[in-house]
Design a protein around this ligand. Structure first.
Ligand SMILES: Nc1nc2c(ncn2[C@@H]2O[C@H](COP(=O)(O)OP(=O)(O)OP(=O)(O)O)[C@@H](O)[C@H]2O)c(=O)[nH]1
Ligand SMILES: [Mg+2]
Length: 449
């Protein structure tokens, strides 16, 4: 167990009312006591707050409140000291360097949380949920993260692992004591339905995790169309601000313009692009190349057509270019006389300039992506890319085992795949985590967390 004492400023630096300097480790209380004028902290009870001053060379550095948390009922399971000092970068840094001069070590990013994990306070999915809470941008993503911190994902994975383990155990018994009468002979036929049911459960979780990912990360949404159809007007209508310049001149938007909105819990990361056409203008050309790149990266395309004009060659080319993408066709300028004759799936008529149809568009986006199927109260959604990737690997191991079963391969071949799946599920919760993985994972945290 790592017990050296780490210290860091846990709040964002800048001008603020207070900052928190935090320490964790065997010497945390002693080190704090060396620089604190007030109550003797070594005699303080756990979970108590003490008023006093931080002293350096008999000079007062700051008036502070110190909270003492004694092991083991703390975030890291070690002794923790939290110094609430005044906001301001200088004073917090001074206090931190004083603590370092008395024997604390500067913490790495996420090291407090890493200790919580290493000391068994939380599992990896809970550690990752802490990160998600910090990064949450909507109520739904916060709810999702809080469920993770509460252990819902951990429990989900543990249940799957338990089922797998009992399957593996049955097979083991069967291999070890083939003559043992009491053990039901586990022929391939007997294992098969169990693996199949596990597999379909995992598939279901993975399907739901698409929602989780959308709730957490939002949707990269590109507004695409030829010049002058009203893309920037649509951006402004969605953002409810005049962010992009709108004129009747074709090729107004040169560079991409971004903004984000929250539609019923889904964050749309919107990108308005330069209208795409064959252009000789060098600046416009760069903008168009950028727009094409945006199309590739987008998870949703808002494709804008001008209904007051008949469909053009540029429209057709662009429709072709985006046909494999999830897209909504926006029939804009509904206030003008309609000349457009084509009809499209997933389309909505709007007038961006007059703010008509925007709500219908928002509703369409919600039904397309969440389909009313999301139930954050009762279900658990994976939203973390690492966890999802591991679960997908576990799924393919189970598929391999099913293949082995169907091909009537020896039972120990089946067992190998099941064990791989079990261990991959373990990776999700950090049951067999390597130091490399942990270093990489916790380095994404901020300092002092
Ligand atoms: N009548 C009408 N005009 C609109 C509507 N939406 C946009 N326009 C007008 O269409 C013109 C072009 O609008 P923009 O939003 O700049 O179009 P854009 O697609 O961003 O154009 P580029 O940036 O040049 O590619 C402007 O004069 C807008 O006022 C609408 O719903 N009805
Ligand atoms: Mg524009």
């Amino acid at each position: 167990m790592i017990t050296d004492t780490i210290a860091a400023i846990s709040t964002a630096l800048g001008q603020s009312a207070i900052n928190i300097v935090r320490m964790s480790g065997d010497d945390a209380i002693n080190i704090a006591n060396l620089v604190f004028r007030g109550k003797d902290l070594t005699k303080a009870k756990s979970h108590t707050v003490h008023y006093g001053h931080i002293i350096e060379d008999s000079m007062i550095l700051d008036e502070v409140l110190i909270t003492v948390f004694k092991a083991p009922k703390t975030f890291t399971t070690q002794d923790i000291i939290e110094i609430n000092c005044h906001g301001g970068t200088y004073v917090a840094r001074k206090i931190l360097s004083l603590l370092l001069s008395k024997g604390a070590r500067l913490a790495n990013n996420g090291e407090f949380t890493e200790r919580a994990f290493l000391n068994g306070r939380i599992d990896l999915t809970q550690a990752e949920s802490i990160m998600d809470i910090i990064e949450a941008q909507s109520k739904m993503s916060l709810t999702l993260a809080n469920k993770g911190l509460d252990g819902a994902i951990y429990q989900l994975i543990i249940d799957l692992r338990d089922q797998l383990l009992s399957l593996i155990a049955h097979i083991e018994v069967n291999i070890d004591y083939p003559e043992y009468d009491d053990v039901i002979t586990l022929s391939n036929e007997l294992i098969k339905p169990k693996v199949e049911s596990l597999l379909s459960r995992i598939k279901e979780i993975l399907k739901k995790s698409e929602y989780g990912k959308i709730i957490k990360e939002g949707l990269k949404t590109a507004i695409i169309g030829r010049p002058n159809v009203g893309k920037s007007s649509l951006l402004n209508a969605l953002l409810k601000e005049e962010k992009a310049i709108v004129t009747e001149i074709q090729g107004t938007t040169r560079d991409t313009i971004e903004g984000f909105i929250n539609i019923g819990g889904i964050i749309l990361n919107l990108v308005d692009t330069a209208g795409i056409r064959d252009s000789e203008d060098i600046v416009e050309k760069i903008g168009i190349d950028k727009a094409k790149k945006v199309i590739n990266e987008a998870e949703l395309i808002l494709f804008v057509l001008d209904q007051s004009e008949t469909i053009t060659e540029d429209d057709k080319k662009l429709l072709e270019l985006t046909k494999h993408k999830k897209r909504i066709i926006i029939i804009n300028k509904s206030d003008l006389h309609k000349k457009l004759t084509e009809s499209f799936e997933h389309s909505v008529e709007i007038s961006a300039r007059n703010n008509v149809g925007i709500q219908e568009l928002e509703e369409l986006i919600q039904t397309m992506f969440l389909k009313g199927e999301v139930n954050l109260n009762e279900e658990t959604y994976l939203s973390n890319a690492r966890q999802i990737a591991k679960l997908k690997e576990a799924k393919s191991s189970l598929q391999d085992s099913l293949y082995a079963i169907k091909e009537q391969l020896p039972i120990d071949m089946v067992e190998i795949d099941l064990k791989t799946a079990w261990s991959l599920l373990g990776d999700i919760i950090g049951a067999n985590s390597s130091t490399n993985l942990l270093d990489e994972l916790f380095s994404k945290f901020c300092l002092g967390k």
